[in-house]
Design a binder for this molecule. Structure first.
Ligand code: ZN
Length: 423
């Protein structure tokens, strides 16, 4: 579709042909280029600590990478600290994101049981509708038993919330951990956190979503079998969705072998090539609702501190790779349209977080968060982070040229705006 977009007061005022420019207005001529709603990453870790380690990215540095690649909305995780109310948790996390170039929203993880349901209701009413729980991480105090999931889901569906779940079945993990594995070999991560744990976790959570009717989103699915479970449940009417990350679509577990293998440690682990390939085919066929990075950058120093693997911080940077890598994989390799890409990177995350149609589409009334794209004759390097962290996609490149990025009608990034680097 060919059209003009009129922006007023940070919002899209009109979309149509021949809109003209009111006196005193400014024109950004993007004829011959493609305009999409700006993108969102639903799963980002920044400006926080995970266990003993500080994350390498602040919300400032994360949003610098994001806007350079057309992402204007980021979603982080606000985990309730002991003694905190949920609104105190949210305020603490929101303060850390003040001044960021992106809009930063949070998913909330209550850690006291039972939840303060009045506060949860108030939080949902304020627009924070997404809550994240884990079927694992007992030592970190994040584990939730399935019977408690059922209670949460029955309540959340009534309040209009949505549950995000990290699915790895703690029982399957415990059984796998008793096997003979070398704790110093990064590859052992694949045996200690096997695909079967994820599949069983998803099976249980999807069954609960069906039973309770609670909108439920499975984060960072790393297996084709997991995606199939979600897709089959959704096809039969269960309110379930899932995301996967570029590292599961593009990298396999062979990266964990040899010197430097520990730098590719993340949870769930990278999977074998056959699984990766199948995941790619399923995603290309549309079975994955959206792509999000689980961006979790640790400093080189922390990644290389040595010692037992249990002491290596697990997580990979990915944010700056989301758009160029998805473009290469789905638009270039699998012949998607840009509209199909925008569905996965803009519309779907906005819908999930309850922000659609204010975000994720180009229509009158929506925020003027826009990205202007073209292709570059020379591929540009992918850079997932500006922090001093190992880049899992070092050496990868993309022909996508993100020319302009607007947030609320204001140019915040893009190569034409003198973006510091191309993602
Ligand atoms: Zn995560």
């Amino acid at each position: 579709m060919r059209a003009d977009v009129r922006v007023e007061g940070g919002r899209i005022a009109a979309v149509g042909e021949g809109l003209g420019c009111p006196p005193g207005g400014e024109v950004l001529d993007v004829s011959s280029l493609d305009v999409l709603p700006a993108f969102a990453d639903l799963h980002v870790h920044a400006g926080d600590r995970i266990g003993r380690f500080g994350l390498a990215d602040s919300w400032g540095s994360a949003s610098q990478v994001a806007v350079a690649t057309g992402i204007t909305t980021l979603f982080g995780f606000a985990t309730q600290a002991p003694g905190e109310t949920l609104s105190e948790t949210l305020k603490r996390c929101q303060r850390r994101a003040e001044g960021a170039l992106c809009q930063v929203c949070f998913h909330l993880t209550p850690t006291t049981w039972p939840w303060d349901w009045e506060e949860v209701a108030a939080t949902v009413a304020q627009g924070v509708r997404t809550f994240k729980l884990y079927t694992t991480y007992r030592e970190a105090g994040l584990y939730t038993p399935y019977r408690r999931f059922a209670v949460v889901m029955r309540r959340l569906v009534r309040l209009g919330g949505r549950l995000l779940v990290h699915c790895e079945d703690e029982g399957v993990l415990a059984a796998a951990a008793t096997g003979a594995v070398d704790p110093s070999d990064p590859f052992s991560h694949t045996w200690r956190r096997p695909a079967a744990a994820e599949v069983e976790g998803i099976r249980r959570i999807v069954a609960l979503a069906r039973e309770t009717g609670c909108p439920t989103h499975v984060v960072h699915v790393s297996t084709a079998a997991g995606v199939r479970l979600v897709a089959a449940a959704r096809a039969s009417g269960a309110p379930v969705t899932c995301e996967t990350a570029p590292h599961y679509l593009l990298l396999d577990q062979e990266r964990l072998r040899g010197a430097g293998g520990h730098r590719f440690l993340c949870t769930p682990p990278l999977r074998d090539e056959a699984t990766r390939h199948e995941l790619e085919q399923l995603a290309a066929a549309g079975a994955v609702d959206l792509f999000a990075t689980d961006h979790c950058a640790f400093s080189r120093q922390d990644k290389d501190a040595g010692g037992e693997l249990a002491a290596v911080p697990q997580g990979l940077p990915g944010l700056g790779g989301l758009v160029p890598l998805s473009y290469e994989l789905f638009v270039v390799r699998h012949r998607w349209t840009l509209g199909e890409l925008a569905e996965k990177l803009a519309a779907a995350p906005a819908r999930l977080a309850g922000l659609y149609p204010r975000k994720g589409c180009i229509r009158a009334g929506a925020d003027a968060d826009l990205v202007v794209l073209t292709t570059s004759p020379t591929p540009r390097p992918v850079r997932t982070t500006v922090a001093d962290s190992y880049d899992p996609f070092a050496g990868w490149s993309s022909t996508l040229d993100v020319r302009w990025v607007l947030r609320g009608g204001v140019v915040v990034g893009g190569s034409a705006a003198g973006g510091a680097f191309h993602g």
